[in-house]
Design a protein around this ligand. Sequence first.
Ligand SMILES: C[S@@+](CC[C@H](N)C(=O)[O-])C[C@H]1O[C@@H](n2cnc3c(N)ncnc32)[C@H](O)[C@@H]1O
Length: 204
Amino acid sequence: MSYAEANRRYFDAISDSYDSKPWFKVVNDRVATTLRSDLSWVGIPFTDSTTQPVRLLDYACGTGLMTRVFGPYVTSTQGIDISPNMVSTYNTRARDAGISEDVVNAVVGDLFDKSDPNPEALSGERFWDFDIATKMNASIVVPHFTIDGVKQFFAEAGFVDVDVITMKEKNYMEFGGKKLWRTILFARGRRPMEGRDGSGKSEL
Ligand SMILES: C[S@@+](CC[C@H](N)C(=O)[O-])C[C@H]1O[C@@H](n2cnc3c(N)ncnc32)[C@H](O)[C@@H]1O
């Protein structure tokens, strides 16, 4: 079974319980507080959202943690996730909260599939030209996210102004029956292009 298929099956199976555990709420709150405490580090505001749209891509969106963190600072969010059940939970929550599809919506997709790097389903205009892109990920088994490794990953992807910071305290998590203490790491980078107003646009 491919890594992507294993991920899809795993997250499909846990979509109902994914963020219902008390430890998740603690992590969730800490992530939100840390990111919102220095929005300029993230690159917000990079434009005036009162006069022009600010579009967020929440890649590997799951049930929508990053969508909720940045929701107040953007005008619309497009979620993408490999797990149909996660996408379903994400969209149900948005509709239950009274948020329309135009504002927050997720679709099933995998941009890491080397056999189909430009999937037809993700080719529409609404999947391009985001102002900010976020991808929240967790290393379940191997602690393979190192500061230098992530910096190199961002640099190789062509980002500039790359910076990586860590949360001071380790965070308790449970994945796949394992109890883990993990350091949460935040990375940001900016695509080297001119923004609509002449300033650079930031992407996480
Ligand atoms: C640890 S969860 C994080 C979910 C959410 N971003 C959050 O912060 O709660 C990882 C998510 O990545 C999704 N995922 C894994 N591999 C993916 C891929 N290749 N493309 C898109 N989504 C993927 C999983 O289905 C899962 O919802």
